[in-house]
Design a protein around this ligand. Sequence first.
Ligand SMILES: Nc1ncnc2c1ncn2[C@@H]1O[C@H](COP(=O)(O)OP(=O)(O)O)[C@@H](O)[C@H]1O
Ligand SMILES: [Mg+2]
Length: 269
Amino acid sequence: MKSDIFDISKDVFLDTVNAKDYIELDRVSIFYQSLTDSVLKPLKMVLLYGKPGTGKSMFLTKLHNDLSATKKIHLYKTPILDENEFYKTLAQDLLSIAYDGELNFTQFMKILNNSLSDEIPIVLLDEAQLYSNSLMEKIRLLSDTRKVKFVITLHKTDKEDLIAKEHFQTRIWETIELKNSSSSELKFYIQKKLLKANCFDAASMFQDDKVNLIYKLTKGNYRDTNKLLYTLFQIYSWYEEYTPGKINKNKISNKIIEMSAIHVGLLNA
Ligand SMILES: Nc1ncnc2c1ncn2[C@@H]1O[C@H](COP(=O)(O)OP(=O)(O)O)[C@@H](O)[C@H]1O
Ligand SMILES: [Mg+2]
């Protein structure tokens, strides 16, 4: 039978990005408020940056989900690297104009400038570190028209390094850095995830000392925590199936935490 509590708990930690799985983390909610505020200011562009696994894609997805009922908002999860395709996609999504042939920057600027709209559409660009410098500069110029507002995310951690880039030097950028969680936030994250899936017994197995050990291994990175706990519950599920008497269901075993950490490469054997 493949429906034991550990098997269900395991799937809670699949590394997926869906708005319905969003958890309101304290620090993130403050950013969320400032982001929704700044989205309403015309000229500002928003730059969301941070290490991989700090929740940038989740944040954008949530924003998209929340605002799409009332605003013109578009989310591009993967970068459109071909410039022509990029402008064509924007022309289609923002202005409902379909182009068969070429659409270059100058042409697109022209139609954007001439467009009449009562509302400034918002474009969310995930993984923007993949866009070339020259396209980033053009995105900034598009933003200067005040006919479109961009929110971008970057896998970068060093603010000085970002600011050094020409296109980030203007004051139109509002920057928000997402970071790994603290250990108390991590506890909240783990328990909240399990509770949302009705895994109450599994949630109560994570006492402070267990979360502290997990925190030591993952440094509060959400993606690493997902990987670790997915493997951990996989191991538990295996024990549950073959040697059910041997596992303590009141608390997570340090040994299994460490086994999982070795398995996912967070700890050297
Ligand atoms: N606020 C959140 N609520 C629920 N899960 C989250 C949240 N932030 C991050 N996660 C989890 O962490 C994983 C990594 O987050 P993600 O947004 O993909 O990071 P990034 O884009 O910064 O690399 C996601 O798959 C998701 O499971
Ligand atoms: Mg991402």
